[in-house]
Design a protein around this ligand. Structure first.
Ligand SMILES: C[S@@+](CC[C@H](N)C(=O)[O-])C[C@H]1O[C@@H](n2cnc3c(N)ncnc32)[C@H](O)[C@@H]1O
Length: 326
């Protein structure tokens, strides 16, 4: 069977961090039976697709995101893959037939305006969501204060808009997945028996000028990060395991102990992540990511990726992980 993988490009996608996340799962994870997997900030779902294929002991899964057009795409991929594919191949054919960048941009602007009417049926809405994701600048998703998608044209000539194989593979895998659209706290009532939560909330911006967590018109501020920590406490008290990732503010500013203080009652690891989310190429680097969890033993098979000391400087951490630069 074809491999299921994210059908949408999403900022903060965890595709490159899977190995590190796997290493930090509970040591006895594969011995646990009938696991419920809950991902309250699913985004592109890299971890979801990985977990459902790598861990057959997961018997049920619940995903959630506050972005309703995104969760509609998940439902359409699950329930109407053939209709979606027909619609995507039609829009792809129309786009590929255009001869000039001017024509492609005009089509992009037309589709963006139509998407922003917010009055489309679920198939057309999802078709335009895919189309804009593939043809906009860097696959970003950003809305303005009036909730209108405002990412500019990305100048792609033949982007893959209709990936039939992935849509069918994802559809099959999503058959038993509960798809929710709401706030992350709404997932609490889906706990059943042995439950693992994976939280990948919008990143805390690494600098005052970056605002990459504007997926929605309400940005995820420090109060929201604290509310999430209280939710983690609740999940912990309910006897569940959780793992959480976020950007590492301490790796950038040695005085910024926001997450170290917030999650001091839990285990904090740091890993290198390649997050190509900066539009300025020179600013795209490998940044550290923090991973928090509430269990005592991790798998850590690929320990070389993980360091759990407090970083003293980014150069020291780089050398710790990769050896001296030559
Ligand atoms: C960093 S992204 C997740 C990335 C994802 N794990 C991946 O691999 O692609 C964070 C997601 O949280 C969603 N979000 C923001 N605020 C939320 C809230 N209060 N409750 C649930 N989801 C929220 C955003 O729409 C976004 O998709």
């Amino acid at each position: 069977m074809a491999k299921a993988k994210p059908f949408i490009k999403w900022v903060g996608g965890k595709g490159q961090l899977i190995e590190q996340l796997e290493a930090l799962l509970p040591a006895d994870f594969d011995k646990r039976e009938n696991v419920t997997y809950i991902e309250p900030f699913v985004g592109g779902g890299a971890m979801l697709f990985y977990m459902l294929q790598a861990h057959p002991n997961i018997k049920s899964a619940v995903i959630n995101d506050i972005n309703s057009d995104l969760t509609t795409c998940y439902r359409v991929v699950r329930d109407n893959p053939t209709e979606l594919i027909a619609s995507l191949s039609e829009i792809q054919r129309e786009y590929y037939a255009l001869q000039t960048e001017e024509e492609r941009k005009a089509m992009f602007m037309r589709m963006r305006d139509r998407y922003n009417t917010k009055a489309l049926d679920k198939i057309e809405n999802s078709t335009l969501f895919f189309f804009l994701n593939r043809t906009c600048f860097n696959g970003l998703y950003r809305v303005n204060k009036s909730n209108k998608f405002n990412v500019p044209f990305g100048k792609h000539v033949t982007p893959m808009i209709c990936d039939t194989t992935t849509i069918y593979a994802d559809s099959e895998l999503l058959q038993n997945v509960e798809i929710l659209n709401g706030d992350f706290e709404d997932t609490f009532k889906y706990i059943t028996g042995e439950t693992l939560f994976y939280f990948d909330p919008p990143y805390r911006p690494l600098s005052d000028t970056s605002s990459f967590n504007d997926y929605t018109k309400e940005s995820f501020n420090d109060d929201a990060q604290r509310r999430l920590k209280r939710f983690c406490d609740k999940v912990h008290e309910a006897g569940c395991s959780f793992m959480l990732s976020n950007s590492d503010c301490l790796g950038k500013d040695e005085k910024d102990r926001f997450f170290d203080d917030l999650y001091k009652d839990y285990t904090i690891d740091r890993v290198w992540a390649s997050r190509n989310i900066n539009a300025v190429a020179s600013k795209r680097g490998k940044l550290t990511e923090i991973l928090v969890h509430n269990y005592s033993q991790e798998k850590k098979q690929s320990k070389s990726y993980v360091f759990n000391h407090q970083p003293t400087s980014r150069v020291a951490d780089y050398e710790y992980t990769y050896g001296k630069r030559v």
